[in-house]
Write a protein that binds this ligand. Structure first.
Ligand code: ADP
Ligand code: GN1
Ligand code: MG
Length: 367
């Protein structure tokens, strides 16, 4: 197989319906999964920007079905936005089609998609501002509302069991057994944390399976850098990274947003003294999310949200630690032990949240 990393941007973009001619492309953003580029084209004096992504084909095995999901979801959201009197092109991410009318391009080795660049935007890896985080909650709450009524059976299950923490735990145990990189001895403390908190793993799925909370269409990767904000107004502009849109429960989306946004430091912070749960930000997010969801959510489902925050954080820590044991094969890393540092921050946040769980529930019930 040809080196999958090597491709010629100019050759690739020729296949898409773009305005202008290629001027430049740079790597963009801090995603862990796909390769993202900001592409600039020029037509006379005018410059145009696009987002070009090489889709992680190791992970997403059926790119055609994945892209079909994104097309269905964005089309449905656009219709809902129009019904509500909004601007669909501004509020929903748009796919740019190839000259043949396809929603991705395959060059024989790599899969590429093009999406509209959301200009004058920023995303954050550390949230500092309550207003911004509140707006992020409004964006994800709105995303859930816009998709209310969408027939989940139309969606291909891109990554089966993605948020089934029970399955994540089993995968972790298998990696532990194999210990392919001989890293087990070094992470004994973290392993013990995972095993001591294993009773968390089934709690959300138990609720789903008993019918206590509903199955919905969810984003499933609501990390804070998957929403873009206007640089000037600090309003949320669009929810991005729709690769994992599948059926799930609201607690997955709320939980992952809290996991990533309420961390006082970066996800891979080495110094755990700097890592603590930002309860002030949690309150801001809960307010925004529940304001938008309104009567769409009952008390039982509301109470699953803080539990989701703990479980999603635990799950993510388990995934980082699994990847560390496996030799860093899933999440992109740029320095040694990064997945271990990431796992540690998650476990610190789980500890903080378990201490604050009663207060977290209270906030939800008071909104
Ligand atoms: P990954 O799955 O690797 O996380 P994303 O789709 O989240 O890939 O893209 C990575 C980053 O690129 C985002 O966090 C964001 O900063 C930036 N980005 C992605 N899409 C857009 C867009 N349409 N406009 C502006 N920035 C974007
Ligand atoms: C990945 O794709 P990205 O970088 O937004 C991962 C999430 C994790 C997150 C941890 C498809 O998110 O599940 O929670 O890293 N996405 C996938 O930062 O596995
Ligand atoms: Mg992303």
């Amino acid at each position: 197989m040809k080196d999958a990393k090597k491709f010629d941007v100019v050759e690739i973009i020729e296949h898409f319906s773009l305005v202008g001619h290629f001027e430049g492309a740079i790597q963009y953003g801090n995603g862990y999964i796909n390769d993202t580029f900001l592409l600039i084209t020029r037509d006379g004096d005018e410059r145009y920007k696009y987002i070009l992504q090489r889709i992680n084909h190791n992970l997403f095995k059926d790119v055609a079905k994945l892209m079909n999901n994104i097309e269905l979801v964005t089309k449905f959201c656009k219709k809902s936005v129009i019904k509500l009197g909004g601007n669909p092109n501004k509020e929903v991410m748009s796919i740019i089609y190839t000259k043949e009318g396809k929603n991705f391009y395959f060059d024989g080795y790599n899969y590429f998609r093009m999406i509209t660049f959301i200009d004058n935007s920023f995303s954050y890896d550390i949230v500092s501002d309550e207003k911004v985080f509140y707006n992020s909650a409004v964006a994800f709450g709105k995303f859930a509302r816009l998709l209310d009524g969408f027939d989940a059976s139309k969606l291909y299950d891109v990554l089966p069991n993605f948020h089934d923490t029970r399955v994540r735990l089993e995968t972790f145990k298998k990696s532990l057994e194999k210990d392919v990189c001989n890293r087990k001895a070094e992470v004994e403390k973290e392993i013990n944390f995972v095993l001591e908190h294993a009773d968390l793993a089934p709690l959300l799925y138990d609720k789903l399976e008993k019918g206590e909370i509903p199955l919905r269409v969810t984003h499933n990767d609501t990390k804070c850098n998957n929403v873009l904000f206007d640089k000037d107004t600090k309003e949320a502009l669009a929810v991005i990274d729709l690769d994992t849109v599948m059926s799930g429960c609201l607690a997955f989306d709320f939980g992952d947003a809290i996991r990533s946004g309420c961390n006082s430091s970066t996800e891979d912070e080495k110094d755990l003294q700097k890592v603590y749960f930002r309860f002030d930000l949690y309150k801001a997010y809960a307010k925004g999310y529940l304001e938008v969801l309104g009567d769409l959510i009952n008390e039982e489902e509301k109470l699953s949200l803080p539990l989701g925050a703990i479980i999603m954080t635990y799950e993510c820590g388990v995934r980082f630690l699994t990847d560390y044991l496996d030799g860093d094969v899933y999440f992109k890393t740029s320095k040694p032990k990064q997945n271990l540092y990431r796992a540690r921050t998650q476990f610190k946040l789980v500890k903080d949240m378990l201490d604050l769980y009663e207060e977290m529930k209270e906030v939800i019930l008071n909104n």
